[in-house]
Ligand binder design. Sequence first.
Ligand SMILES: Cc1cc2nc3c(=O)[nH]c(=O)nc-3n(C[C@H](O)[C@H](O)[C@H](O)COP(=O)(O)OP(=O)(O)OC[C@H]3O[C@@H](n4cnc5c(N)ncnc54)[C@H](O)[C@@H]3O)c2cc1C
Length: 403
Amino acid sequence: MAIATSYTEKTDEQKAICEMVRQFADEQIIPNAEHYDHEDIFPEPIVEQMKELGLFGVTIPEEYGGMGLDLTTYAMIVEELSRGWISISGIVNTHFIGSYLLMKFGTAEQKQQYLPRMATGEIRAAFSLSEPECGSDVQAIKASAKKVDDDRYEINGQKMWVTNGLLSSLVFVLVKTDPAAQPKYKGMTCFIAEKEPGVSENTGEYAGFMVPPKIKKLGYKGVESTELVFDGYRCPAQNILGGEEAGLGQGFVQMMDALEVGRVNVAARGVGIAQRALELALRYSQERRTFGKQIAQHQAIQFKLADMATQVDAARLLTIRAARLKDAGERSDLEAGMAKLFASEAGRFCVEESFRIHGGYGYSKEYEIERLYRDAPLLLIGEGTSEIQRMVIGRTLLQRHKI
Ligand SMILES: Cc1cc2nc3c(=O)[nH]c(=O)nc-3n(C[C@H](O)[C@H](O)[C@H](O)COP(=O)(O)OP(=O)(O)OC[C@H]3O[C@@H](n4cnc5c(N)ncnc54)[C@H](O)[C@@H]3O)c2cc1C
């Protein structure tokens, strides 16, 4: 009798990598996260070690110096990193989306130019759709690019909430190149905008590209979220993703494709934070005693643990399913939307339940759950809010089951 392979079953290679990343999270991320979170400073030493471990090139093909692994393995790695601290996975996340865009849509020259340095982490990428006046409604963006001479476009406009906005060297930025296009999405183009990492006011060939001071946030500290201001920034036509001829007007489609893998990535982050919240709850509930016994022996607490563990497993299964479908070259928009919706809500749920189990100590900055409580809500928003996921799921369901 054939036995179906479990969704969570790992290959020997996946087991070895996950064990390595888990050890890295236990030894390097978790003990140091509190410091970087409280001070809201970029965790440079951790990032340097991630470069050495090759974590910036997990999905980049070996010919460009990466590990050439699939989305499923990447999702497993992201879970482990996020179990440590979601800001760490945030540093990798938009970089991963940028490398995906290059691998799928980039010209041979663009791949050669950027992927080898991205694989080592020498340069990092950011991904920029959102603007001050729009996030969910991507087609409403106002930033624009106009051809000003034979081989240059001038980009003007403002972007918002750019993760890795300051320290990245490349920004995959969506702008309008034909504001009158109908339907609107056909008038949008993705540029690979280069800049100096760590510089707020670029000069020379990158003049006209400004990065205002980082946005102060509830959680998700350490990794910077910034606005970007383009004011007469001149970008070579060859930096249109896919080249000018093939890429002009294709930006919306390219970015939406990338969001699908981005959603699997955020789902994996939800699983990671939920898993950590469960671990903390399991430990604390066996340490703390009330009414003469461990609180874990009260049925009300056990029910919480049971619900959390069930949510963690369900979220992981949905996430791995979406990743495996994508790896198999099958359509996975519905499944990626479900995974993102469920796993991000599971992250929030498990963190809140764990927080409650910690009683008053959950409110203290000395307990890890306090950081998780501030970090978890981000996952409900990034890569599309829960409402937007439901719209994607509903729309796709109706397309697939049209009568
Ligand atoms: C820390 C952080 C990091 C981020 N990083 C990036 C990044 O790197 N790159 C990037 O491009 N963006 C990034 N974002 C932006 C993020 O993708 C947007 O915030 C998100 O898409 C929501 O957009 P919005 O904030 O404009 O909310 P809005 O679109 O204004 O939505 C507001 C509310 O209305 C709901 N809503 C909107 N439309 C509908 C509808 N049709 N039906 C029902 N409800 C609806 C939403 O679900 C939400 O609850 C980041 C955001 C944060 C907070």
